[in-house]
Design a protein around this ligand. Structure first.
Ligand code: NDP
Length: 310
């Protein structure tokens, strides 16, 4: 039977959440973890992870997340499906509402809700979302085999998505607003050496074009003022992410971009007993291994907090 009380509630099922669950289980905190809308987190929208230590040949992202989940469960964590819809952090135990109906009380809370993709904010982008507009090449690239597509952005994500799409698509345009790529040198090299990737430098998107069948082009404007169009079938966003902290803002301090603020090297937030781990508090590193490390810290902080109250 599901309990409605836990010493440690973890919200989020990415590397931060599962690692926190592994450590909290071993600390005998009997953690409960809610998986949210995307079990496994952002990583499940990618394919092979080559930079997670311990996998010399790389590892399938879904496999990695499945293994982390299994490890947490084997150690005693209770992993539940469910989406947290409200929190009351005014007193301990904290009161957390799941799927708008169920309530669970928690002595400590670890927020590991991650981040979601940003969009440009164009009405046409909204109109064709799911009809050619996507923020995840590895999820949707399959549908554009042999076609022409565009990727917006010049960071590591954009380069990675463009490289991935280049294997599937005939042509990949990268729409880059400056005359440089923000991405790491290695990713830049990969993109520049891929024949069917063309970078459209100093270009911004004016409009995503389409009809009843979905996207069929994009209208761009160069820094020089020149407006031109490219026929494409898929339009992929890779311009960064929003931290998923809205639910907690009434209680928890964030920076101007919504990233949860933590105390020094710890995972402590401004509310005693509430800790944050992973991308929701990390605008800088945003890597699976970094998130896993911060999940570990959050569980250790939660354990110490519980001990200090005994
Ligand atoms: P970044 O913030 O690094 O890059 C965002 C890109 O989108 C930039 O080129 C930016 O342009 C552009 N951009 C932002 N807003 C707009 C807009 N409104 N219109 C047009 N272009 C826009 O985000 P990423 O998601 O690429 O990366 C985030 C972090 O994750 C980074 O630290 C990155 O290194 C890391 N990462 C690492 C990977 C790996 O190691 N395997 C893979 C993916 C990400 P501008 O440069 O002009 O600001």
């Amino acid at each position: 039977m599901e309990t409605n009380y836990t010493q440690c509630l973890i919200i989020g099922s990415g590397p931060a959440g599962y690692t926190a669950a592994i450590y909290a289980s071993r600390a005998a905190l009997n953690p409960v973890l809610y998986e949210g809308l995307q079990p496994g987190g952002q990583l499940t929208t990618t394919t092979v992870i080559e930079n997670f230590p311990g996998y010399p040949e790389g590892v399938d992202a879904n496999q990695l997340m499945g293994d982390m989940r299994a490890q947490a469960v084997n150690l005693g964590a209770e992993v539940r499906s469910g989406y947290v819809t409200a929190v009351d952090l005014s007193q301990r135990p904290f009161r957390v509402t799941v799927d708008e109906t169920d309530t669970i009380l928690a002595e400590t809370l670890i927020i590991a809700t991650g981040a979601t993709a940003k969009y440009l904010g164009l009405p046409s982008e909204d109109k064709y979302r799911g009809m050619g507009v996507s923020a995840c090449a590895t999820c949707d690239g399959f549908f554009y085999r042999g076609k022409d597509v565009a990727v917006v952005g010049g960071g590591d994500t954009a380069c990675e998505e463009a490289s991935y799409l280049a294997h599937l698509c005939r042509k990949v345009y990268m729409i880059v607003r400056r005359n440089v790529l923000r991405a790491s040198k290695a990713m830049q090299e990969r993109v520049l050496q891929t024949e069917n990737i063309e970078i459209l430098w100093e270009c911004q998107t004016q409009e995503v074009l389409g009809d009843a069948n979905g996207v069929n082009g994009v209208r761009l404007v160069r820094k020089s003022g020149e407006v031109f169009e490219k026929p494409i079938d898929g339009f992929f966003l890779a311009i960064g992410h929003h931290p998923q902290s809205d639910l907690f803002k009434e209680w928890i301090d964030t920076d101007e971009n919504g990233y949860i603020l933590t105390d020094g090297k710890s995972s402590r937030t401004n509310v005693e007993g509430v800790f944050a781990a992973g991308d929701v508090q990390d605008p800088q590193y945003r890597q699976a291994i970094a998130a896993a490390g911060s999940g570990c810290r959050a569980a250790l902080d939660a354990e110490r907090f519980i001990l200090s109250k005994k």
